[in-house]
Design a protein around this ligand. Sequence first.
Ligand code: ATP
Length: 252
Amino acid sequence: MNREEFHVQVEGLWKRFGHRVVLRNVSFHVARGETVAIIGPSGAGKSTLLRCLNGLCPFDAGIVRIGPHVLRPGKRPAPFATLRLIRQRLGMVFQDFQLFPHLTALQNIIEAPIHVNQMPRKEAERRALALLARVGMADRGDAYPRELSGGQKQRVAIARALAMEPFGLLCDEITSALDPELKAEVLAVLEDLRRDGMTLILVTHELAFAQRVADRVIVLADGEIIEDGPPHQVFAAPEHPRTSRFLEQVAL
Ligand SMILES: Nc1ncnc2c1ncn2[C@@H]1O[C@H](COP(=O)(O)OP(=O)(O)OP(=O)(O)O)[C@@H](O)[C@H]1O
């Protein structure tokens, strides 16, 4: 897939865990370069939805298109080779960083380029140093995760995702475990990526950030999209009473 082809299309997605329906007929589109924030009450299905987009979570009905690639219902949403291509171009960053504790920041970043993409080590290291600089961590390449603050760990995790040269990033509450000043440094990196044309799909509780930075805000409640529009519309004039209730609760 090339950059021009990249987009995310979700049509009629359904997901159950046992008898519990977690996603109900979810459809939306994210164009290349868009920043979309997914917000909503706890348990609404936000993380599950994100994980369906890169094949981490199989789904029961519907279809997901990532550029020319297709994820389908069933235990194996796509052949392994397709999943690899999707995950390369649609990276994911998690709330709990998921760095390898026994590897330095630099080693964490070069791991996938070397072992998945067969990139020569020297080349991978050169790129990793540039990525560390990009996330403001130029001098911490030799640090182990335990020696880094949460904000620094998350910036390494972002650099690691960027090492695969993605066109889009899925971010699952990536600032939720961080203190306020550390949140700001991670959010600044996201804004920088957005300016550079990265497509961002963010599950977030940072409503002020969503309001200021997102092109669109999707509100998920009980597995259903109840709102999908520009931030000024969703925050100032929501269509659904549940959105108003949610926003009031969060503001308290
Ligand atoms: N692997 C799983 N097995 C069974 N149930 C699950 C699994 N993963 C999630 N669920 C359930 O699916 C529902 C949606 O969970 P999900 O984590 O997607 O919600 P969320 O909107 O991201 O919530 P939060 O904001 O609290 O993270 C919840 O009821 C959760 O308990």
